[in-house]
Write a protein that binds this ligand. Sequence first.
Ligand code: G6P
Length: 370
Amino acid sequence: AAYDAGEHESFMHKEILEQPAAAERVLRGRLDDRFATGHLGGLNLDARELRAIRRVKVLGCGSAYYVGQMGAELLEDLARVPADAEAASEFRYRNPIIEPDTLYVAVSQSGETIDTLLAVQEIRRKGGYVIGLVNVVGSAIAREVDGGIYLHAGPEVAVASTKALTNMFLGFAMLALQLGRVRDLSIADGRRLIAGLEALPRKIEEILATEEQLEAVAERLAEAESLFFVGRVRGFPVAREGAQKFKEISYRHAEAYQTSELKHGPLALINPDVPTVAIVPDDELVERNVAALHEIAARGGPLVVVTHEEVSLEGLPDEGVERIVVPRSERELDPILLTVPLQLLAYHAAKRLGHDIDKPRNLAKSVTVE
Ligand code: G6P
């Protein structure tokens, strides 16, 4: 049958709800329990070649860039290999140094984004090794790379990427597992991650079941002219992606910031008309993150706190503070669960404002001219 929105009012909504099934597809057959590692045949790299990697550079545009930041964080954390992400649209214009022992990772849903494709070509021209995290089979980027991981998210129609992005994250998690297990990641940690990955689709479902609460919060956020999304370390790319989605479809000004940097500038802008969506997982930074919430509340700033059950918000005012609880996973995998409610916040804000959710103004699903 043709892919249509069916009983859903938009493709974006349908695609958000498809995430548990899509996540299962990307994981299927790619986790190796016996050796507690990833089983990614398409990388075309044997253990010796994987071990020789000294650095990882991730490239993508838009949401693919932000999930690339989440992925780089995961890779550095689990495989202990220096990793970072860069906007593919900027990369080749600064005459980048291409190193033979760097693994380049191009991330793209469509596989047709020209900025990402040109970055891949620049790397290969200089002799670098590039793998793709691509959804569309046989697309330009998929054909150009040395190896890769297909995302199996199925067709994605809405301009704002949801299920493809989730599968990109899972692709990174499996890559980090496989890279980690030829280096210093223990078998116990490998098993812990595999169990965490296998449990993710059900946890995404739990978040989707809270849609009514998210809708109510989104309708209030839609009234604001301007918002902040804040997070730290693993939570910062989550905030960036949350702000991106929100501005793409609601046309509200949404700015992502490191929570730690608020006091170095934008705290001056916090007031009762400027809400902040704060990413506050129960991790090693929780106390500092909660302290920042107090700073925001003290200036009358409304708060939406995306957090875990265990995190106490005691002492914050009842009024103007919304708590959105997501199930926890392994700390390395938490970012993707923290991202899912932000999709529904953006979606319901845009819906409230009466916008064309699947085709926001001035944007294209894939940008094929530079
Ligand atoms: C466009 C879309 C974004 C998307 C980006 C990358 O700008 O509007 O939503 O994240 O392209 O697309 P890709 O297909 O390369 O993942």
